[in-house]
Design a protein around this ligand. Structure first.
Ligand code: NAP
Length: 483
């Protein structure tokens, strides 16, 4: 605990110390050790039962006894409502409520009860399942009275945005974990990411907000790309994860001017699975590439109108042309018949390539091929990839269960001139390893991710994207996550 307090000083303005992590005989000596540190930060003491997020089950009696002891030091008390009166002698107090179950909570009733205490700050932390469920807790900000400060937090992946945007919108504090793997509540972000990636201390009410809409979005690399680009270009904007399950609710209650219940200054979105097709019906217009591919991965909001784009085809083609050259007449086999394969086939066809979509499920390959006006094939164990360019648009080689799986061996790839594996990995995918064995030039998915993101940045800001900066941020994050 002492070592962590010392480390937390690097990032934190205020450090929360959770005394329910200690055995009862450790508590007094720990207070003394912290005193001896003479730390130049405000400290907050917590002593919670498990139901309110504590580490061990402390009894009501133990909690009353803990709060009755006055600690004259630099500690503020963060106390649950039931034992709040016992902390009367602490100089600064937060009255807090935590709901870790995500069940139905009488938010207004709890808020009123906490408001009626003489606490300086009210903290409400409520678990949410979908993003729109965070609206009621977020909007409590407007109801703080008698000079009380408020900390509204929606916990869970779907509530992450409240942790990032809170300070800019009047929240008194935001909580962060010391390290990535050290979260004390669901959806908590590391202090380093909040400060360095999301730049929360620089955000204000003028900040334009972008985000990735999807489910899940916890592994998305887009925040690292776009926030790096905003910082580099000194754009007052932030890019946040938006875990959206019910797209209709999100668009209606959080985005559309006529019906929204929050004012977040959204300017655009990156859209990912499973909403790339479903978003279309909510848009005011859509560009030709997105229309032809049948999917939107980028939304720009302009004069309250939602405009859809697809930057995947551009992102795929740009590095390929740089490395392969003219694609006119190139014989390209695209393996997989999902969203990525569609974007690739569309881009290749526009460049004059001869495209064949090859998938395990032949009827799916036929359908995509018919819609895009290209050829189709059936993927089986004996498939012979006699093409100029082979594209892997399947999940084979992705980190996890399929990370050692590969479409072809080096011997099977003989005669192929170029390999493009869309899977994003810091190290070589199995297909790229086979390509290297066969001396075939190859690239992985990072290049596509980078260029589709750069195009999004240009659509949103009208500025040229700082590709070098984005690539560095992206590569660093991929290396960290794959360690
Ligand atoms: P998707 O819509 O789920 O499509 C995946 C395709 O792969 C389907 O046609 C599926 O066929 C096929 N497939 C799945 N498992 C397979 C297996 N074991 N063997 C052979 N084929 C298999 O996914 P997506 O969005 O198109 O993404 C596909 C890949 O591209 C993923 O690895 C994704 O990470 C990558 N990607 C990269 C970027 C980038 O920027 N680098 C962008 C988008 C996607 P069935 O129907 O037969 O299962």
């Amino acid at each position: 605990m002492i070592a962590k307090i010392k480390r937390a000083k690097e990032f934190a303005d205020v450090i929360e110390v959770r005394f329910d992590c200690l055995t009862s005989d450790q508590i007094d000596p720990t207070f003394a050790m912290i005193d001896a540190l003479q730390i130049s930060r405000q400290l907050i003491a917590t002593f919670r039962p498990v139901a309110q997020g504590g580490r061990k089950d402390v009894s009501l009696g133990e909690r009353k006894e803990f709060w009755q002891k006055t600690h004259e030091r630099c500690f503020a008390a963060d106390v649950e409502e039931d034992v709040f009166p016992f902390a009367a002698s602490w100089k600064r107090r937060i009255a807090s409520f935590h709901d870790f179950d995500g069940g139905s909570v009488n938010l207004n009733g709890v808020f009123e009860a906490l408001s009626n205490t003489d606490a300086d700050v009210i903290k409400m932390a409520v678990t949410v399942d979908d993003i729109s469920d965070s609206i009621p807790v977020w909007n409590l900000r407007e109801r703080a009275k008698d000079g009380k400060k408020i900390v509204p937090i929606a916990m869970g992946e779907a509530g992450k945005w409240t942790r990032i945007l809170g300070l800019a919108h009047g929240a008194f504090l935001t909580y962060a974990s010391l390290d990535d793997g050290d979260k004390t509540a669901p959806g908590q972000i590391s202090a380093r990411d909040l400060i360095e990636t999301y730049r929360i201390k620089e955000l204000d009410l003028e900040t334009t907000v972008y985000g990735v809409i999807g489910d899940p979005v916890s592994e998305s690399l887009s925040p690292y790309m776009h926030n790096g680009a905003f910082a580099e270009q000194k754009v007052n904007a932030v890019f946040i994860p938006l875990q959206v399950r019910d797209l209709n609710e999100f668009i209606c209650r959080m985005v559309k001017r006529e019906t929204r219940e929050v004012e977040l200054n959204f300017n655009g979105f990156s859209v990912t699975m499973p909403h790339k097709q479903a978003i279309i019906k909510h848009l005011d217009s859509i560009d030709a590439a997105a229309e032809n591919i049948g999917a939107v991965n980028t939304v720009k909001i302009e004069n309250d109108k939602l405009i859809g784009y697809n930057t995947d085809a551009y992102g795929f083609i740009t590095p390929l042309k740089e490395l392969y050259g003219d694609l006119k007449g190139a014989n390209v086999f695209v393996f997989g018949a999902g969203g990525a394969a569609r974007a690739c086939a569309f881009g290749l066809k526009q460049e004059g390539g001869e495209v064949t979509i090859v998938a395990r499920n032949k009827s799916k390959a036929d359908q995509v091929a018919n819609e895009l006006g290209v050829r189709s094939g059936q993927l089986d164990a004996y498939y012979d990839p006699t093409a100029d360019i082979v594209v892997n648009a399947t999940p084979l080689g992705m980190k996890g269960e399929l990370e050692n799986d590969c479409l072809f061996t080096a011997e099977q790839l003989e005669g192929v001139k170029f390999i493009y594996d869309l899977v994003t990995r810091a190290d070589d995918t199995p297909l790229i390893r086979e390509a290297k064995k066969a001396n075939i030039p190859a690239i992985g998915g990072i290049e596509m991710l980078l260029h589709q993101g750069a195009k999004q940045f240009e659509i949103w800001t009208g500025q040229t994207a700082p590709i070098g900066k984005i690539k560095a941020a992206l590569t660093k994050k991929i290396q960290q996550t794959q360690k």
